[in-house]
Design a protein around this ligand. Sequence first.
Ligand SMILES: NC(=O)c1ccc[n+]([C@@H]2O[C@H](COP(=O)([O-])OP(=O)(O)OC[C@H]3O[C@@H](n4cnc5c(N)ncnc54)[C@H](OP(=O)(O)O)[C@@H]3O)[C@@H](O)[C@H]2O)c1
Length: 253
Amino acid sequence: MRHVLLLGGTTEASMLARLLAAHSIATTFSYAGRTENPRPQPVPVRVGGFGGVAGLADYLRAHRVTHLVDATHPFAATMSSHAIEAARLAGVAHIALTRPAWKPVAGDRWTRVADIDSAVAALAGPARRVMLALGRMHVEAFAAQPQHHYLLRFVDASEQPPSLPHHSLIVDRGPFTAAGDSQLMQIHAIDLVVCKNAGGNGADAKLIAARNLGLSILMIDRPAIPDRAEIFHPEDVLAWLGHDARHGAERGV
Ligand SMILES: NC(=O)c1ccc[n+]([C@@H]2O[C@H](COP(=O)([O-])OP(=O)(O)OC[C@H]3O[C@@H](n4cnc5c(N)ncnc54)[C@H](OP(=O)(O)O)[C@@H]3O)[C@@H](O)[C@H]2O)c1
C-alpha cells in the first residue's frame, strides 16, 4: 500500500497535495508549524518537527511511508538534508519537488551575497529605505543595521513587533503581482530590496517590480543541500510514484 509523506510549506507542496488527493493517493502532509494559520490541505495534516534524522526515520517506519516527497522551500536546508538521510535509513523512496534558482536578466541590478549575515553586513552605510522580502524568522538579524527604514511583509500578524527601530509592516500572504509590488515599492519609496533566491514564479513579482523601477536587489544565494534527485513540476511526482494519471491507477512498477 502506497503512502506518501509530503514535506510542505510551499505553494508547490499545496499544488501537489491537491493532485495527490484528486488521484486518491494516500498522503500525509507535514508542516513545520511556523505559521499560525497554515493553508488547509485536502489530505491529512501533521504539524511540527520530527526530532531530527532519527525521529523522521522512525516516523517513516512507524507510519509505513513508502515515498517521501520533500517539497519544502529551497532555503529549508536542514529539513531537506534530514529527509535525504532519513529516507536512506528507512529504505524509503525520496524525491525533492523544488524550483530552479532565479538568474538575473537584462535590467536586473543584483548584488549576490552568500547568506543572511552577509546581507546584513552589506547594509552597512547611510540610511536607506529597504524592502526586506524575507520571512519573519530572519528579520531580527537586521537590527544590527538599525539606521535603515525597513518595509516588512509577513503572512500573518506578528504577536511581538520586530525590534527594528524604523519599520512598516504589511500582513499579506499573496499571491503578489508585479504591478502591486511596484506600487508598494513606490508608495514606500523603496531604494533597495533584500530577498532570497527562492526561484519559481510565485514569488518573482518583486524581482519584476524592482527591475521595472531600476531598483537594486541584494540577492541571498541558496544554502547547499547534499546531492539528491529533484523534479520541478508537481505532475511529475505522479509519474515518479508510478501512477498513470490518465487511468488513475498504479502502474505495475
Ligand atoms: N526557509 C525559508 O525561507 C522558507 C520560506 C517559505 C516557507 N518555508 C517553509 O517553512 C518551513 C520551515 O522552514 P525552515 O527554513 O525553518 O526549515 P529548516 O531550517 O530546514 O528546518 C528546521 C527544522 O524544522 C522542522 N521542519 C522543517 N520543515 C518541516 C516540515 N515541512 N515538516 C515538519 N518539520 C519541519 C525540522 O525539525 P526536526 O529536525 O525536529 O524534524 C527541521 O529540522 C518549511 O516547511 C519550509 O518549506 C521556509
